[in-house]
Design a protein around this ligand. Sequence first.
Ligand code: FMN
Length: 350
Amino acid sequence: MKSLTPFYDPSISYEDNYANGPFGLFTQLSHVEHVATQTSQFLNLDVNLPFGMPAGPLLNANYIKAAFAYGFDLCVYKTVRTRFHKCHPLPNVLSVHPNGKLSSHLDIVLADTNYTQPLSITNSFGVPSLAPDVWQPDMADAVKAAGQGQYVIGSFQGTQGHGEIEKDYALAAKLVRETNAPILEANLSCPNEGASKLLCFDVDKVERIVNEIKNAVPDRPLILKLAYFPDDEKIISLLTKVGSIIDGLSAINTLSAKPVNANGQPALGENRKEGGICGDAIRWAGLDMVSRLDKYRKQMDLKFAIIGVGGVSTSEHYHQFIKSGADAVMSATGAMWNPLLAIEIKKSLN
Ligand SMILES: Cc1cc2nc3c(=O)[nH]c(=O)nc-3n(C[C@H](O)[C@H](O)[C@H](O)COP(=O)(O)O)c2cc1C
């Protein structure tokens, strides 16, 4: 497994990464190897390879342009909000060292700055956003940078305390639509915005949010970003309510854990005892969620697309997700540390 200079530098602030990144190979955009592929259908669009990066690592148009140049054909622009929202202070990313697979029960994991393979990390940003007058022109610029068979997906979320959250989701969707992003993604998997901690578990609220978004933006495919669902009943209940309205489901976001330093103290700071874990240790959960979504999609005769996310860092992982029922696959942690991942997957198909 390759470990190259990550294009996002965890040792400096989010703001500095935003202003000065991306780094490493993503600064070299000429003479990038182009590997031709047979196109696939994704949400009724022709895509070169249904592979890319989920919401997070691609902070702005400069990152998206680099990702397109390196053959990531589906690029999600990091989640935006209807107004400015500050980022958590450093550290935002640390390496974590679980013993094998991470469970979904808030494991305690050692966290430090030794980014060793197979890599798992904790990320803790608090879903920052610039104001729409800054991110809208930038997202529009990213949308224009797409080559043939490449697409920007605009990720957004509503914020608690800005009136009804359903309306704030709909406003965010409208603002994303104004950038001409061809696909929208509503992030429902970040902590603290819903009744049962993660919004996606509050199925009635999800239904109201989806209806508001679809009323506000009827002419764009809508993907929902989900967390790992431990029990099947919740999946069935979600699909019963929104399975025929939405166009895609992206799963999974991170699994929560308690990262600690070598002294057993909270590694992200006293007021951030929990962090989301992504990378190698959560791949089992991503694969499990995708195969259960696929099973119920068939049983309930639904048509939505499934985007498989979680711990993808090799071409084998890509193929595992496709075999489990994913229509598209995305990698955050794996791609951040290996910008050549899309090229490697394309070569594995030839
Ligand atoms: C640096 C970083 C930032 C992230 N920010 C977001 C975000 O803004 N919105 C979102 O829906 N998910 C976010 N995520 C979660 C990823 O989209 C993805 O679901 C998760 O990292 C699992 O994929 P992985 O194992 O390939 O990293 C972020 C992940 C990382 C690594």
